[in-house]
Ligand binder design. Structure first.
Ligand code: HEC
Ligand code: HEC
Length: 358
């Protein structure tokens, strides 16, 4: 055996290690300038293609979003009978009238219990490659049973739930159309909820129209806000790509991390020192509709979010290397807010389905 072969397995391991840490390496100032030069900020310019959201989010091969699956999923999403007390549906916390979130600093669960983290919007969750603030779920299918089973959330006894669904003529018909030949169980219930959520898409905002070439869709200040977002203010270091997230985890130095026994976020899933206090980068699409902000709801307005980033992080322990204090004029801060407002689609009418009566 050649001696060099011994060291071979180390190479992929090293590559993997580099790939794992590469996104965590600091972004230097020249890199920011280069990022800004990478783009030409005029409507429809090809250099901005990476921000165009694909019209369809990806889905697993065994759960193509058919009309029957979406119809079933929408009923399940709005049905409070999926909760132990019969009074709470997914839409209680992911409410379409409130940007598919709940307008609260942190969620309110069963018996109005205050949860530790904010309810994220489900706008564009189909485009996430990892779910939850700490990334503890991979796919929407993996995620769906969680809230029903959690005693602090919907607090449902799943045996009772499936006994009821299997006895409901209305749901039996809907499940048979959506997943013919398959049982009514955790798998099909999760798949239907996932298929429905993949239809909750934000891609018709002024920003999207501008990207497609409509120069009048965004005002000059909004375009300037985008220029700052992608350049000087370095927001794209983490809020990158068409859904404005790198699907990564970062500690952005919120005040809450300085309190005793703080929420450690991603660290609970991946015990790497860098992940202490790191949370998933949320999308900023529709952010104008989803106040308050951050996983702990500590920022009330988009301007408060900007003011936080201007400080470069309040608690610096374990701060992401991409966090830098920013020098922004009052006008520039406003432009950033105006840009994020341009990421809101016109209000979409949401059909609240009639639920099976039995
Ligand atoms: C009591 C409020 C509440 C209810 C009810 C609720 N959720 Fe959530 N949801 C949350 C909170 C809070 C989080 C974030 C929790 C975390 O990351 O630790 C979340 C996270 C999610 C996410 C991940 C989003 C992302 O960007 O990572 C999805 C998807 C989701 N919920 C879908 C659902 C579905 C489907 C239902 C119904 C079966 C549901 N939720 C019911 C509060 C709720
Ligand atoms: C180091 C990576 C990073 C950088 C740089 C960054 N963000 Fe964030 N952003 C995040 C993460 C991670 C969160 C969630 C943090 C938390 O709640 O603990 C977040 C949260 C937000 C939120 C709240 C969204 C919500 O639904 O709660 C907004 C708005 C936002 N960022 C805008 C910006 C803007 C504007 C900039 C540039 C000035 C920026 N971000 C720079 C990673 C980053």
């Amino acid at each position: 055996m050649m001696p060099s072969q011994k060291s071979l397995p180390a190479l992929p391991a090293l590559c993997a290690l580099f790939l794992a840490i590469a996104p965590l390496l600091p972004t230097s100032a020249p890199a920011n300038a280069a990022a800004a030069e990478k783009y030409v900020f005029s409507a429809g310019h090809p250099s901005l293609r990476e921000f165009v959201l694909p019209p369809q989010s990806p889905h697993p091969a065994d759960n193509a979003p058919t009309a029957d699956r979406i119809a079933l999923g929408s009923r399940l999403f709005f049905d409070p009978r999926l909760s132990g007390d019969g009074n709470m549906s997914c839409a209680s916390c992911h409410n379409p009238a409130l940007g598919w979130s709940d307008g609260l600093p942190t969620g309110r669960g069963s018996k109005s219990m205050v949860l530790g983290r904010a309810s994220p919007t489900v706008f564009n969750v189909g485009y996430n490659s990892i779910q939850m603030w700490d990334g503890r779920k991979r796919t929407l299918e993996d995620q769906a049973m969680g809230p029903m089973e959690a005693s602090v959330e919907m607090n449902m006894d799943t045996k009772r739930l499936f006994a009821w669904l299997n006895a409901s003529e209305g749901y039996r018909t809907l499940f048979a159309k959506a997943y013919p030949g398959e049982a009514i169980d955790e798998r099909t219930l999760s798949k239907a909820l996932a298929a429905y959520q993949r239809t909750i898409v934000s891609n018709t905002s002024p920003f999207d129209r501008w990207l497609k070439g409509d120069a009048r869709a965004m005002g000059e200040r909004q375009v300037n806000g985008f220029r700052l977002f992608a350049g000087k203010a370095n927001c794209v270091a983490c809020h990158s790509g068409p859904n404005f997230t790198d699907n990564g985890f970062h500690n952005v130095g919120l005040a809450a991390f300085g309190k005793p026994e703080p929420d450690l976020g991603r660290y609970a899933q991946r015990p790497l020192a860098l992940m202490k206090g790191a949370f998933k980068t949320p999308t900023v699409r529709e952010a104008a509709r989803t106040a308050p902000y951050f996983h702990d709801g500590s920022a009330r307005t988009l301007m408060e979010v900007i003011e936080h980033y201007v400080t470069g992080g309040v608690v610096r322990t374990n701060l992401s290397p991409s966090m830098k204090a920013l020098e922004l004029s009052a006008t520039e801060k406003e432009d950033l807010v105006l840009f994020m407002q341009a990421l809101s689609s016109p209000f979409m009418r949401v059909e609240v389905p009639e639920l099976p009566r039995d």
